[in-house]
Write a protein that binds this ligand. Structure first.
Ligand SMILES: Nc1ncnc2c1ncn2[C@@H]1O[C@H](COP(=O)(O)OC(=O)[C@@H](N)Cc2c[nH]c3ccccc23)[C@@H](O)[C@H]1O
Length: 333
């Protein structure tokens, strides 16, 4: 692939360098064997069912299973399209509240804001304008020597670039970066409710296509009621030929914590019109406690800011020795 080249790798390292031109640090021993989980989410917009089932839910599980886990609110990524600064600031706190409400626990994982996890001596402005989005994503991941990255299917291509960059670096400077692997869930691509050939997305202009965590029960019912299915009234799971109803079954199974076969078995004799309301109810039930927790957390702005401050300081600590090692390997130190 064209993005394979060392030129891209160089851009990546220039970026890492720019972010981390800090004071000298004592070399820290490398722990390559340590499994490190890393992932990120853009702060723009409220998380939707796709973000939740494709990523956030597995993030919550992974923080219980592994010792070194980082989740980044990737504000630098979000300014690749214009953002109003006041709204962006608020969105970062809202995303923090949403992630905490979903179960991200800052005592088990490092939750941080991407733009804050850099050294105070950073002098480089407008870095994002100089870099392509996937290269920035590679820098995010490699900066912490991450080994595993839980993401949805839409990120797999970006992950291939990250793997290429890690391998290129290792080939040139010796084995240094683990080649990070994607972790995909069975809900790696939650489909749009209005077009089952497309993924559910925050930016879908059709408001009925995307179910957000904070939607009211009425909105959720309306969106599922209008979900695109086909002319067969039976509920079956046949993703290749019946994308619409299969998406509903997959969502239902995921939010109810049941196997797909069980969900299909329980809906025997039900037509799709009635089934849509069953799925809507299951989603409402799943999101109700999260929604009320978000409301509570949003009232405590100081707490949200503190979580991010602590997380950013911890992330910085992990990144710094990696940067120093990279500089040494490249010949800068
Ligand atoms: N319909 C869907 N079905 C299943 N999963 C989905 C769906 N929509 C979104 N996702 C997943 O949600 C996570 C956050 O999405 P973002 O678009 O903010 O995600 C993005 O825009 C990233 N580029 C953010 C990022 C920046 N640096 C990183 C480093 C590692 C991992 C991720 C990042 C993602 O895992 C995404 O795959």
């Amino acid at each position: 692939m064209a993005l394979h080249s060392m030129r891209k790798a160089r851009e990546c390292w220039n970026f890492i360098r720019a972010l981390h031109q800090g004071p000298d640090a004592a070399p820290v021993p490398q722990k390559d064997a340590v499994k490190r989980i890393f992932s990120g989410i853009q702060p723009t917009g409220i998380p939707h069912l796709g973000n939740y089932l494709g990523a956030i839910e597995s993030w919550v599980r992974l923080q219980d299973e592994h010792d070194s886990v980082l989740y980044s609110i990737v504000d630098l990524h979000s300014i690749t399209v214009p953002q109003d600064p006041t709204i962006l600031r608020q969105s970062i706190l809202d995303m923090t509240a949403a992630l905490l409400a979903c179960g991200i626990n800052p005592e088990k994982s490092i939750l941080f804001q991407q733009s804050q996890a850099k050294t105070a001596k950073e002098k480089h402005n407008g870095t994002v304008g100089l870099l392509t989005y996937p290269v920035l994503q590679a820098a995010d991941i490699l900066l912490y020597k991450s080994t595993h990255v839980p993401v949805g299917e839409d990120q797999v291509q970006h992950m291939e670039l990250v793997q290429d960059l890690a391998q290129s670096f290792n080939k040139k400077y010796g084995e240094f970066f683990p080649v990070p692997k994607s972790i995909l869930t069975s809900m790696k691509k939650v489909k749009s409710l209005r077009d089952p050939s497309a993924k559910m997305s925050k930016s879908d202009p059709d408001k009925l296509a995307t179910v957000r965590i904070t939607d009211s029960p009425e909105e959720i019912v309306q969106k599922f009621r209008k979900a695109m299915t086909d002319f067969t009234s039976e509920v079956t799971y046949e993703p290749a030929s019946r994308g619409g109803v299969s998406n509903l079954v997959a969502i239902h199974a995921a939010v109810a914590g049941l196997p797909v076969e069980e969900v299909v078995r329980r809906s025997a004799g039900m037509d799709t019109a009635r089934y849509k309301l069953v799925v809507a109810d299951a989603v409402i039930e799943k999101f109700a406690p999260i929604k009320s927790e978000i409301e509570k957390l949003k009232m405590n702005k100081d707490h949200l800011e503190k979580v991010l401050q602590v997380g950013s300081a911890r992330a910085k600590e992990l990144a710094y020795p990696v940067c120093q090692e990279v500089k040494k390997l490249v010949g800068f130190l």
